[in-house]
Design a protein around this ligand. Structure first.
Ligand code: R5P
Length: 294
């Protein structure tokens, strides 16, 4: 029997593209909430002996996680042979150490929660910083697809004379590769985060790049404060309005509008999280990874 794709919250364009191209069956499962706020699920398809691929982008993960674990467990209970998770955006990767005394290290706890329910995991550019490999925290086989070559291609097709700018040292892993692929120079800034919404960025003098189009590149745009702060420095140095590129565009609250207002000439993201800024399609990257396990 063909593998089957299951989703609850992510029946989006990326899901449809993957399902169409692989020709797998699919089911959109709608969790039922009882009056007491408990949840139940019904999967209609016959799962006996089948590989189930659960597709969920884990933006705003808290309300999704319990139904996700129930979905995996229900599928196993109904006879699924293997259950894999494709999470184009993998949540809870940034709290990877104890920044302050007494704090939780949720990257580790989240991986402990998911691992027992899945047989494998595929994601796109998870925020690997102090944790260097998903295998350090996930106890199941995992595979990471990268957006870098897709972003390089987009830059080459759309921007003349780009200067790539990464907000901090940790962004070098993405920015250097994208710069190499798009044959553009790059520089890294120094970022200090004081709180969720308070970020400082230090920028060197970039007078020599006055004729370039600044292209800010980061893995995640959440509050957009990192990019907004960078734009202030670019304005002070009389640089051209920048293009802002994020792999995962979370855009918490009014982040998108605020980033436009701050002076971004264009905001571009990959389609790991559905948003009006999605211009870079990563369906092929995920399909290649799915074929490893199925
Ligand atoms: C940092 O850990 C990430 O790579 C991004 O720089 C960060 O998530 C951006 O967050 P915000 O948009 O809230 O400044």
């Amino acid at each position: 029997m063909k593998p089957i794709l299951l989703t609850m919250y992510s029946e989006n364009i990326l899901f449809r593209q993957i399902q169409n191209q692989l020709g797998y069956d699919y089911e959109v499962v709608t969790p039922h909430t009882f009056p007491d706020q408990e949840t139940s699920l019904t999967i209609k398809a016959n799962l006996t002996g089948r590989t189930c691929i659960i597709f969920e982008s884990l933006i705003q993960p808290n309300h999704k996680i319990l139904p996700l674990l129930f979905l995996a467990e229900t599928a196993r209970d109904l006879g699924a042979k293997k259950i894999g998770l494709v999470a184009p955006y993998l949540a809870y990767m940034r709290q990877d150490i104890r920044f302050h005394a007494g704090e939780s290290i949720t990257a580790r706890y989240f991986s402990k929660l998911l691992s027992p329910y899945m047989d494998w995991l595929i994601t796109i550019d998870p925020h690997l910083h102090r944790i260097h490999d998903l295998q350090e925290i996930y106890t199941i086989p995992s595979s990471v697809a990268h957006a870098t070559s897709n972003i390089s291609a987009w830059i080459q097709n759309n921007i003349k004379n780009p200067l790539l700018i990464g907000p901090d040292k940790e962004s070098e892993q993405w920015v250097s590769e994208i710069a190499h692929g798009s044959k553009a120079p790059y520089l890294l800034l120094e970022k200090t985060r004081h709180s969720d919404h308070d970020v400082n960025v230090a920028m060197p003098n970039i007078d020599a790049f006055q004729s370039h189009i600044p292209v800010l590149v980061d893995d995640i745009i959440s509050t957009a404060k990192t990019m907004i702060e960078t734009i202030k420095h670019l304005k002070n140095q009389k640089m051209k309005p920048p293009v802002c590129i994020g792999i995962h565009g979370i855009f918490a609250n009014n982040a998108y509008e605020e980033l436009l207002q701050a002076g971004a000439s264009e905001i571009v993201t990959c389609n790991t999280i559905p948003h009006v800024t999605n211009q870079i399609d990563l369906s092929q990257n995920l399909i290649e990874k799915i074929k490893i396990y199925v």
